[in-house]
Design a protein around this ligand. Structure first.
Ligand SMILES: Nc1ncnc2c1ncn2[C@@H]1O[C@H](COP(=O)(O)OP(=O)(O)OP(=O)(O)O)[C@@H](O)[C@H]1O
Ligand SMILES: Nc1nc2c(c(=O)[nH]1)N[C@H]1C(S)=C(S)[C@@H](COP(=O)(O)O)O[C@H]1N2
Length: 173
């Protein structure tokens, strides 16, 4: 099972600062998931064409059932991760962004500045997180209970979680 981890940051991609977002996503997934998985991590600048191409490659060529992005979700001119996500997805899942903003609002009033979203491309789920490394655990923890069932519904592999940290919710069928 492969999971894409995509850092979208002009400065981290140029080496101006060390990328803390990608490793934070990887650490959270290692904490939350009990199944075997393999990360496919990249750091790229805030360029819409490059973000779209990378998301497509992670979903279609690398076979990632889940792609988690960090950065580029705000209102600044170069923030285009949600646009790139929407451009490559067949279906959007606005509930992810709504929940993550609601949870983040308990820590920072600027949570409403993030346009973070999620969507489906083929058999892959793409989820956006804000760029601040501190946002990663609280946002991913909030949406993680719904991610395994979402991936079931789109024909992806069965994800299992460490139930003492986060319990996957699968409605009885
Ligand atoms: N990948 C990252 N690794 C470490 N710190 C980050 C990362 N992304 C963002 N940050 C921190 O969060 C702050 C706000 O992030 P934001 O995404 O708004 O950056 P930005 O102004 O868009 O610039 P850039 O695209 O160059 O990261 C940054 O100034 C930086 O301190
Ligand atoms: N949990 C959490 N959410 C957060 C933040 C944060 O520090 N913690 N920062 C906010 C801020 S200041 C901005 S501008 C937006 C967009 O950030 P991005 O452009 O780095 O994705 O995310 C918001 N969401």
């Amino acid at each position: 099972m492969r999971i894409g981890i995509l850092t979208v940051s002009d400065r981290a991609s140029r080496g101006v600062y060390e990328d803390k977002g990608g490793p934070a996503i990887r650490a959270c997934l290692a904490e939350f998931l009990s199944c075997e998985w393999e990360p496919h991590a990249l750091v790229i600048p805030d360029e819409q064409d490059q973000i779209e191409a990378t998301l497509k490659a992670m979903c279609d060529d690398e076979g990632c059932c889940l792609v988690v992005t960090t950065g580029g979700t705000g209102p600044a001119k170069r923030d285009v991760t949600p646009e790139a996500t929407e451009a490559v997805c067949e279906k959007m899942l606005p509930g992810f962004g709504e929940l993550m903003r609601a949870v983040s609002l308990q820590s920072v009033p600027t949570a409403i500045l993030s346009r973070q979203t999620a969507g489906i491309r083929g058999e892959s789920l793409i989820v956006n997180l804000p760029g601040k490394p501190a946002a990663i655990r609280e946002c991913l923890l909030a949406v993680m209970p719904a991610i395994p069932y979402c991936i079931d519904l789109i024909g992806g592999p069965v994800l299992t979680t460490n139930e003492e940290v986060v319990k996957a919710f699968r409605p009885k069928q």
